[in-house]
Design a protein around this ligand. Structure first.
Ligand SMILES: Nc1ncnc2c1ncn2[C@@H]1O[C@H](COP(=O)(O)OP(=O)(O)OP(=O)(O)O)[C@@H](O)[C@H]1O
Length: 230
């Protein structure tokens, strides 16, 4: 589905990624794990087209999208949910969804579908996003991204600052989404337990380099903990 090859990227003179190779399997979840500052969000920004790599390539289903703009990647089936439950706080939950849905022919149908997936959002639609809990805002941010009907959903730390019941809810939704054929997730996480429960593959990122990778699943936790020295 998504393949990064030899990706180098950074901000001005500060080099963050040093030759990252990573593959997201079709119909699967790839998790990127690592300490603060390892470069996980930078990697997602490169994948989403928000940061141009200084070297290396990004391919989606075999098509080189390294130079494609973010909106072109969305049109090709990529969706990105940045860190921090980002919503427009002064708009209602419904208006946040409409911002994406209104520009699309299938917007109304897609909105109904995402509300079926996140039914907890239905009674909150008229509430301002800024008044929702962190977990509710995270669900809203994921729902908004899904309105574009992506084939690849990229999530940056969806469990950060969220209570355990909502983490379990998000976990279930990810598993449900990946049951559809041709749907993949690239997940950046610090919450190892959560990440390995949903991931088919994991990659450990340290100082901008992938230092280990393997199959996901709870049995991988010991291996990952020792790779991360936690
Ligand atoms: N916009 C930016 N300008 C300059 N440096 C940045 C910028 N964003 C991130 N960095 C730096 O790049 C490095 C990697 O940051 P990044 O956010 O990718 O790490 P991360 O693994 O996602 O960490 P965290 O888990 O804390 O979010 C850090 O040293 C960070 O300070």
């Amino acid at each position: 589905m998504l393949t990064l090859r030899g990706v180098h990227a950074g901000y001005g003179r500060s080099r963050v990624l040093h030759g990252v190779d990573l593959a997201v399997p079709p119909d699967g979840v790839a998790a990127v794990l690592g300490h603060n500052g390892a470069g996980k969000s930078t990697l997602l920004r490169v994948a989403a087209g928000l940061l141009r790599p200084s070297a290396g390539t990004v391919e989606l289903d075999g098509v080189d999208v390294t130079r494609a703009a973010p909106h072109e990647r969305v049109a090709r089936g990529m969706a990105y949910v940045p860190q921090g439950q980002q919503c427009f706080p002064h708009l209602t939950a419904a208006e946040n969804l409409r911002l994406v849905a209104d520009g699309r022919r299938d917007g109304a149908v897609a909105t109904a579908e995402v509300l079926d997936l996140f039914p907890a959002l239905r009674p909150l639609l008229r509430r301002r996003a800024g008044l929702l809990s962190g977990g509710q805002r995270q669900q809203l941010a994921i729902a908004r991204a899904l309105i574009t009907r992506p084939r690849l959903l990229m999530l940056d730390e969806p469990t950060e600052g969220i209570q355990p019941s909502v983490v379990a809810e998000i976990q279930e939704r990810i598993v449900e989404l990946t049951r559809q054929s041709g749907f993949s997730v690239l997940l950046v996480e610090q919450h190892l337990g959560f990440a390995l429960r949903v991931a088919d593959r994991y990659h450990v990122l340290e100082s901008g380099r992938v230092t280990s990778h393997g199959d996901g699943g709870v049995t991988a936790e010991r291996e990952v903990r020792s790779a991360l020295a936690v």
